[in-house]
Design a protein around this ligand. Structure first.
Ligand code: HSE
Length: 311
């Protein structure tokens, strides 16, 4: 095999209470990539459609992730005698809050790993894809790249050492994600955050993280809903998102278990039980942005159990 075509899924990070640690993989929103093994050594991005992104390897998230992986491969295994070309067909908009950079980083390392004969597990690949996040936002968070690579619902239990846990989630769980068509850079959305939290807020937040995980495992939808609360980040970031309070309130009134900022925004997500409710929420959210005359994109998706996949 010398060439591989991939679906690289969008993801929702944070999930209200789990800033930088929780994420889930979406099913029907994502990019496509082609990764090709070539004789000339090195990593080259040969084509990008759908977005104005740099082709230079060291400026592109998929390029830096791929380089990080090849450097590790040479340390862990043997010198590399081949190179790789990457084509990226973007559908996820940059700065949308549904893991655009993570999809590209995850796709690059997954594709190269396949073409090298799978020396690394999907979990191993997370550390390389995180380098793309570092380039994109200044911070090597794993809460988008982990679900993009592993699928499902993921928890970053620890960053040092890196410890990624796959969390069971009920099959009937659906996500609705609306993206008001403005770009919000993750680095900007991180710059509004405080570096310390009060003990009172921390107690609420870790109670909710535990509650959310317990609710997912026991299929207790009420508990999932009660736990989708963000005491720390949402109050600071929501002011950056047009119509946030109204969209969230509308989602809850239409049956959402909970709703919050998707990743660093501006996308807003809602989780619900069953597709019918998720569709109803999508319709109601759309009406809010239509009344505000704000262009938007909307996705209804079940949780994608697979992550990046070969097409
Ligand atoms: N956890 C990251 C943040 C996700 O909220 O900044 C970025 O998509």
């Amino acid at each position: 095999m010398t060439q591989i075509k991939l679906f690289c899924p969008a993801t929702i990070a944070n999930l209200s209470c789990g800033f930088d640690v929780l994420g889930l993989c979406l099913d029907n929103a994502g990019d496509e990539m082609i990764v090709r093994k070539v004789n000339e050594k090195g990593i080259r991005i040969t084509k990008i459609t759908g977005a104005d992104l740099p082709l230079e390897t060291e400026k592109n998230v998929s390029g830096v992730s791929a380089v990080a992986m090849l450097e590790a491969y040479e340390r862990d295994f043997e010198p590399i005698t081949v190179g790789f070309e990457i084509e990226i067909y973007k559908h996820i908009k940059a700065g949308s809050g549904i893991g655009s950079s993570a999809a590209s980083s995850a796709g690059a390392v997954f594709g190269i790993n396949e073409l090298l004969g799978k020396p690394y597990s999907r979990k191993d690949l997370v550390q390389f894809a995180m380098q793309g996040e570092k380039l994109a936002s200044g911070n090597a968070h794993a809460d988008n790249v982990a679900p993009a690579l592993l699928g499902g619902f993921t928890l970053v239990r620890s960053y040092s050492p890196l410890d990624i846990i796959l969390i069971d989630s009920p099959e009937e769980l659906f996500a609705t994600v609306v993206h008001p068509q403005i770009e919000l850079k993750t680095s900007d959305a991180r710059s509004v955050l405080k570096q310390t939290v009060s003990l009172k807020s921390a107690i609420m937040q870790w109670g909710n993280v535990g509650g959310l995980i317990a609710g997912l495992y026991t299929k207790d939808y009420d508990l999932i809903g009660r736990s989708l609360h963000d005491e720390i980040v949402e109050p600071l970031r929501s002011v950056l998102i047009p119509g946030f309070d109204l969209i969230k309130q509308t989602a809850l009134e239409n049956g959402a278990l909970g709703s919050g900022i998707s990743g660093s925004g501006p996308s807003i997500f809602a989780l619900s039980r069953g597709k019918e409710t998720a569709d109803k929420i999508a319709k109601a959210m759309s009406e809010v942005y239509e009344k505000m005359n704000l262009p938007y994109e909307i996705h209804v998706s079940k949780i994608n159990p697979d992550g990046v996949r070969i097409l």
